[in-house]
Ligand binder design. Structure first.
Ligand code: AMP
Ligand code: MG
Length: 520
């Protein structure tokens, strides 16, 4: 394997001088060198051909033992020094102090085709940031991260990527339901890839430690490598940088709302500085359109990270990032103004996105109302988000009365559509039909455009669970099938119609399908 290694993070930023792998609080450092744990019997389950190409890995490279050994942590690439990054974070609204890569280890940065990529192993053993945990990952959470990273990419959502999924051959003890019933599960490692894995928390920890010298080094590094068009570091540049991070995160969350993705743990340590979807834990996809839904059992009581508040939480997190950058700028007004503009910017983008889901490509003053009305009718009975919007593309404005018939497959309990609810739907479809008259596209053209925005196939929670259950028994065929299916989520794949259905009833309350724990 001939990777073009070009480390910048670990060569340009201050390292923790201690090389021992013991738990500790870091000072004046952005990372600690650490070697991945050896695994007893590693076995590759899947490799992403797209990511191989992105990184310059050939088919031949897969045949020897080097690939397997490197991407499960059993050997270290020549001339590299793996490391874990130091970060802090606000978890569920509270400052949690130092967190850091507790089970992620950066192998190296690779340059290929003028793009630089950092490669991480997730689940490769303890680091100085592992706190009380073991640094390992289980098969189920690794399958979920692997499939979802690549699915999100193909859906057009900014995301970290995944190169490989492997079993370690070791057992990992987990108490899935946190109810005192721990059990052994198969250990796994995902190698994941992104231009950088920097999070808001990397900046917050330095500000919290009042280490403004290292904070400046880290911010200058980030601008130099990822926002170089902003120019040389200055107070203005820092403000412009913050403004771009805001815009990137708005773009990301608008995509989440578009496809019905709920991240589940939007702590500031899980917020990428590049606005990438990062850390696929107890995430989930909406089945029924419900602003109140979260897949995360840990968040069941307050639902801080539910579908309907994701944009608000991004703003809250950006506020924390602004506080962390403030010592470099020493003037609050610029940061405050950027944060004040957040809502206005988000609403514009959100409405634009929702209009496009409805096939409305011109603007009309009543569109916001039409969207709001739709959102409230969608909440009246359990209505599958993906099926609803996909089938809406077939709506014929000349036959507005047939609206509910067109989308009927989206209703989980059609019998709940009583006279009152039916009337509300009819009213909405009539308004929608009237609004479509302002558009210039033909119905066919509109459908083509809507189909590029409303995915047909998403990684429904139960689909990932089916892949996991089979994989646990050594059958990786569903992983392969879903991986291929989700490469082309906007096209009709007639052989795969079975994945374009509502969540089956058995999955309604099954752990791993409708609810997920953080235990991973
Ligand atoms: P998460 O909620 O998964 O984003 O994790 C929050 C923090 O806990 C991060 O610093 C993780 O690195 C750390 N963490 C999560 N699981 C483990 C584990 N099994 N071993 C060590 N650290 C972990
Ligand atoms: Mg995390």
């Amino acid at each position: 394997m001939n990777l073009n290694i070009k480390d910048t993070f670990s060569t340009e930023l201050p390292a923790d001088p201690i090389l021992e792998n013991s738990r500790r609080q870091m000072r004046e450092a952005c990372f600690s060198f650490v070697t991945p744990k050896k695994t007893s019997n590693p076995e590759l389950i899947h490799v992403s051909p797209e990511m191989m190409e992105v990184l310059g890995i050939s088919q031949e490279d897969l045949t020897g033992s080097e690939f397997l050994n490197v991407f499960t942590g059993n050997s270290v690439l020549p001339d590299t020094k793996p490391y874990a990054m130091c970060y802090g974070g606000h978890q569920f609204g509270n400052w949690a102090g130092q967190l850091g890569d507790g089970r992620a280890i950066n192998l190296a940065e690779v340059e290929h085709k003028d793009q630089r990529w950092a490669i991480q192993l997730k689940g490769a053993g303890e680091t100085p940031y592992s706190r009380t945990a073991d640094g390992l990952a289980v098969l189920r959470s690794s399958v979920r991260e692997y499939l979802c990273s690549e699915a999100m990419y193909h859906l057009g959502v900014p995301t970290t990527r995944a190169l490989s999924l492997a079993l370690t051959g070791d057992k990992v003890l987990r108490d899935i339901l946190y109810n005192g019933n721990p059990a052994y599960e198969k250990g796994a490692v995902v190698s994941r890839v992104a231009p950088t894995f920097l999070r808001f928390g990397n900046f917050e920890i330095l500000a919290a430690q009042q280490d403004f010298v290292t904070l400046k080094k880290l911010t200058d590094y980030t601008i130099k490598h990822f926002f170089s068009h902003l120019g040389k570091p200055s107070k203005e540049t820092y403000l412009a940088f913050f403004n771009e991070v805001v815009d990137l995160n708005i773009e990301m969350v608008v995509h989440w709302q578009r496809i019905g993705f709920v991240h589940g743990v939007m702590n500031t340590d899980n917020m990428s500085i590049l606005g990438l979807t990062i850390d696929y834990g107890p995430y989930g996809w909406l089945e029924g359109f419900d602003f109140g839904w979260t897949p995360n059992t840990t968040d069941r009581q307050y639902k801080r990270y539910k579908f309907g508040t994701q944009a608000e939480i991004i703003q809250w997190n950006l506020f924390k990032l602004a506080n962390a950058l403030y010592p470099l700028i020493e003037e609050a007004s610029g940061l405050e103004e950027i944060l004040r503009n957040y809502n206005r910017k988000y609403i514009i983008k959100y409405n634009e996105m929702m209009r496009s889901k409805l096939g409305l490509f011109k603007e009309d003053k009543d569109d916001t109302l039409l969207i709001k009305d739709l959102e409230s009718v969608l909440h009246l009975t359990e209505t599958d988000m993906s099926i609803f919007f996909r089938n809406l593309g077939k709506f014929n404005p000349a036959k507005a009365g047939e609206g509910t018939e067109i989308v009927k497959d989206a209703f989980y309990l059609p019998e709940e559509l009583d006279e009152v609810i039916q009337k509300k739907w009819d009213k909405w479809f009539a308004a929608y039909a009237k609004r479509l008259k302002l558009e210039t596209l033909s119905s066919d053209e509109r459908k083509i455009k809507m189909d590029q925005i409303n995915p047909k196939y998403v990684l429904r929670n139960y689909m990932a669970q089916l892949a996991i259950d089979a994989a646990d028994k050594g059958d990786y065929s569903i992983i392969e099938e879903l991986f291929e299916l989700l490469k082309d989520p906007y096209s009709e794949q007639l052989d795969h119609e079975k994945w374009f259905v509502k969540r089956p009833e058995w999955a309604r309350h099954k752990v791993g399908c409708s609810m997920l724990s953080c235990s991973s």
